[in-house]
Design a protein around this ligand. Structure first.
Ligand SMILES: *[C@@H]1O[C@H](CO)[C@@H](O)[C@H](O)[C@H]1NC(C)=O
Length: 204
């Protein structure tokens, strides 16, 4: 009985080993970048490639003169105020490597198109009727969930963690990310959001 199962195990191994060595190597993953676009008062995009890394630190944010957007693999997402509400705004396209890298999704190259399409479709459902800085936060939260839910992506990615240090400065200094003055009501929402996201920091 015992020697029979050892024989079985051995013969299984002998069959499996050559199979393991002849399996095709999986295709290289494709990377989808998620980047934060910060456009300074002069209209230049702050980018790792053109600016010293030290110039990108959150403490140097110029809250009232910067325009912010999210760059998902070349597609731009931003909101802007129009009369008394926020609507979709900003540029539609960017270079895929433009902006400050928040994270990368690795996608199996055979599922790249599918993953990209699903992601874009999901992001289109996020309401742009939100202050720009918070709209970007909501988009990042959704990308994180999608990354876990989509079979072709299926990975953990901490985009908000990378974004929060930048966002905190904007919230504290009442920067809109759209080069407009926030209303008193909007500033109050910022204050609440700060208290919620950074409890104990004092919120100012
Ligand atoms: C931002 O707005 C809040 C609410 O009006 C205010 O208390 C706070 O002092 C403002 N912060 C700055 C840096 O202007």
């Amino acid at each position: 009985m015992r020697s029979f199962s050892v024989f079985l195990l051995l013969s299984t191994l002998l069959v499996m080993i050559p199979i393991a060595f002849t399996l095709p190597t999986p295709p290289l993953p494709v990377e989808i970048d998620i980047r934060l676009i910060r456009i300074n008062g002069g209209g230049s995009i702050l980018c790792e490639d053109f600016v010293d890394k030290e110039d990108l630190v959150p403490s140097l944010i110029d809250p009232h003169n910067e325009m912010w957007a999210l760059n998902l693999d070349g597609i731009g997402y931003a909101s802007k105020p129009s009369q008394d509400k926020w609507i979709k705004g900003g540029l539609k396209t960017y270079g895929v490597k433009t902006g400050i890298l928040l994270g990368k999704l690795e996608v199996d190259s055979s599922k790249e198109e599918e993953a990209r399409t699903k992601l874009i479709k999901a992001l289109d459902k996020v309401s742009p009727t939100e202050m720009d800085v918070l709209y970007i936060y909501n988009l990042l939260a959704l990308i994180e969930t999608q990354a876990l839910a989509l079979p072709s992506l299926n990975q953990k990615i901490a985009l908000r963690e990378e974004y929060l240090p930048y966002m905190k400065v904007m919230l504290e200094k009442n920067g809109s990310g759209a080069r407009v003055e926030l209303t008193q009501e909007e500033k109050e929402r910022y204050k609440q959001t700060l208290g919620h996201l950074f409890p104990g920091s004092g919120g100012n």
